[in-house]
Each structure stands twice: as structure tokens, then as C-alpha cells.
Design a protein around this ligand. Structure first.
Ligand code: NAD
Length: 316
């Protein structure tokens, strides 16, 4: 049996299981995230199947191991939330879905940027109140702008292709970049990218060296009035520093699909507590800030791919 947390992709897992792996397993679906509080519900299962907002720290892993769990199936690419040393020590098999529809996330990053650029979020709210006034909604044309992509892996490259189609000039920073980006633009150091770009899009993983890559110091060097979009991991941005940069109008707009403290907010949605996050509330006071709850990957096509790879990992 497999314990499946936060199961909004149930239909896809069921379909793939029935079509390709009917004998492989039974799946127990749970609507909430895995956490220290919910981990006892995994008792009796052989594997847990989790997303990016489930807790897989040392304590949770030890508890899972004590309940006889042998495999952790991640239905996501990133595994910065898994305490890998503990998993290894306990002999837990950990598998991720390394690549699924990079276009889904790249398209979402572009959609967020275009929403900020054209203020469609504000227009939507106005028209719902019967107000067709466009005052204050003056936008920016994306064509001809300089876009900086930090991290040109699968998603960063997919974003580069789209921005290239929009007629943008492209710069990228990636210490391990392959050759592919060069057909769209120029690889530069981080400072050049920050100074020259109207739009900065983050697509690198969260590691010890990229944590708070966007901080007070780097924000001071960013081109004044530029837009920052993060669809990668919340920890790449020092959120307090970003609030200050928005206040000073150093940043012209911010779009986040990922938020530094999103794990805690996900935990709250099971416990039913009212979310009390000062920093988030402060961010939401800005008209030029757009925040989503980690939905970049959330397309039918991506969920289908995720289900296939996840159950494939289990059958291995
Ligand atoms: P990838 O491994 O294909 O690409 C990451 C790139 O970042 C690589 O080219 C790597 O060289 C580069 N990089 C590493 N360190 C860097 C640094 N210090 N500065 C600049 N670049 C650096 O990964 P991917 O599939 O493109 O995914 C990128 C990130 O997107 C993932 O790490 C994950 O956190 C995030 N993601 C978000 C969602 C979502 O729903 N919002 C979905 C999937 C992935």
C-alpha cells in the first residue's frame, strides 16, 4: 500500500495505476500534507508518495521508518525538503520525478510577468465591481525588454524560448550552463544580469549557495523598477529585503509562485488554524505583488507525466 499525501492528482495516479500497473499497489489518498502530526496515518503502508510541501525532516523520516515504510516517492523534482542523510542512514529508497513538463512552469512564469506588466489582476478586480476605468493600469510592452534568467536548466531554457518568441533580449546567469542557451542570448555574471535586465526570472535550484541569492545587497544592484519573478523555490529570496526594495520602488513588481514560509502555510491547511503570517500580509499590501501557492507545475499534462514516472519509480 502507498500513502499518498496532498492528493489533488488522484485521478491521474488512479488512471496510470489501472492502465499500466494494476498489480503494483493500492493507494490510500489523504487530502493533507505529511507532517509530524499526520505521519501516524502512514502506518501499515510500504511507501509514501509526497509533494514539495510535505515535511520529510529527520523526525518524520525516523517515524516513517519505524512504521515499516521502505520508499519515499517524490511527485516533484526538487528534494531540498528531504533530509537525505537520514534517508540514507535508514536505507529508505528515495525517488523523484526529475523532469516533467518544464513548459508548464516556464509558461506560468511568463504569465505572472505579463499579469504584472499589464496589471490584469487589478483590471479583473475592478471589472468585477463594474468599473471599466483604466486609469492607473498603464502597462509595459514585453517586446524589446531585456530579460534575465538565473538558471538555464530545463525550465529556464523553456522560459528562454518563450521570451525569445516575444522579441526580448536575453541574458542568463548559470555557472554550469550548457551550450543550448547561446542560441537565445548571452551568458553573463550575476551583477551584469541584475544591472541590465527589466525582468529577472529565477530558475535555479535552492542549495546552500543559492539561499537568499536575492538579498539586500543584490537588490541594491538590480536595475531600478525591474520585475522579479520566482517560480523556483521561496528560499532563493530574502523576503524581508524584497519588501524593503518594493517600498523604496527599487523593485517595480514581484511575482511569487513559491514563498519562503510556504511549508508552514501548507501545514496549517490541515490543522485548520488561521494563517497568521505577517510577512505575507505585508507583501499583500502592494498592488504590484502577485503571489500564488506553488501551482506552476499544476497542469493536466504535467500531472499525467508525474503519475507515470512516480508509479514507474515504485515498480523499479
Ligand atoms: P534543472 O536542474 O534542469 O536546472 C537548474 C539550473 O540551475 C541548472 O542549469 C544549474 O546549472 C543552474 N544553477 C545551479 N546553481 C546555480 C546558481 N548558483 N546560479 C545560477 N544557476 C544555477 O532544474 P529545472 O527542472 O529547470 O527546475 C528549476 C527549479 O524549478 C527546481 O530546482 C525547482 O526548485 C523549481 N520547480 C518549481 C516548480 C513549480 O511548480 N513552481 C515545478 C518544478 C520545479
Amino acid at each position: 500500500a502507498v500513502f499518498s499525501a496532498k492528493s489533488y492528482d488522484r485521478t491521474y495516479l488512479d488512471q496510470v495505476r489501472e492502465q499500466h500497473f494494476p498489480e503494483l499497489c493500492t493507494i490510500e489518498y489523504h487530502a493533507f500534507a505529511l507532517s509530524e502530526e499526520t505521519v501516524p496515518l502512514a502506518q501499515g503502508c510500504d511507501a509514501v508518495c509526497v509533494f514539495v510541501n510535505d515535511t520529510l525532516d529527520e523526525r518524520v523520516l525516523r517515524a516513517l521508518h519505524a512504521y515499516g515504510i521502505r520508499a519515499i516517492l517524490l511527485r516533484c523534482a526538487g528534494f531540498n525538503h528531504v533530509h537525505l542523510e537520514t534517508a540514507e542512514e535508514l536505507g529508505l529508497f528515495v525517488a523523484n520525478v526529475p523532469a516533467y513538463s518544464p513548459e508548464a512552469v516556464a509558461e506560468f512564469a511568463v504569465a505572472l510577468i505579463q499579469t504584472l506588466n499589464r496589471k490584469t489582476h487589478r483590471a479583473y478586480n475592478r471589472v468585477r465591481e463594474g468599473n471599466f476605468n483604466i486609469e492607473g493600469l498603464l502597462g509595459n510592452t514585453l517586446h524589446g525588454k531585456t530579460v534575465g534568467i538565473i538558471g538555464v536548466g530545463r525550465i529556464g531554457l523553456a522560459a528562454a524560448r518563450i521570451f525569445h518568441g516575444f522579441g526580448c533580449r536575453l541574458l542568463a546567469h548559470d555557472p554550469f550552463a550548457g551550450e543550448e542557451f547561446r542560441q537565445f542570448g548571452t551568458l553573463v555574471d550575476l551583477d551584469t544580469l541584475l544591472q541590465e535586465c527589466h525582468i529577472v526570472s529565477l530558475h535555479c535550484p535552492l542549495t546552500d549557495s543559492t539561499k537568499h541569492l536575492i538579498n539586500e545587497e543584490t537588490l541594491a544592484r538590480i536595475r531600478p523598477g525591474s520585475l522579479l519573478v520566482n517560480t523556483s523555490r521561496g528560499g532563493l529570496i530574502d523576503t524581508t529585503a524584497v519588501i524593503q526594495a518594493l517600498k523604496m520602488k527599487q523593485l517595480g513588481g514581484l511575482a511569487l509562485d513559491v514563498y519562503e514560509a510556504e511549508g508552514e502555510l501548507f501545514y496549517n491547511d490541515h490543522s485548520g488554524e488561521i494563517i497568521d503570517d505577517d510577512v505575507l500580509m505585508r507583501l499583500m499590501t502592494f498592488h504590484n505583488v502577485l503571489i500564488c501557492g506553488h501551482q506552476g507545475f499544476f497542469t493536466r499534462e504535467a500531472l499525467e507525466e508525474i503519475a507515470e514516472v512516480t508509479l514507474g519509480n515504485l515498480s523499479d
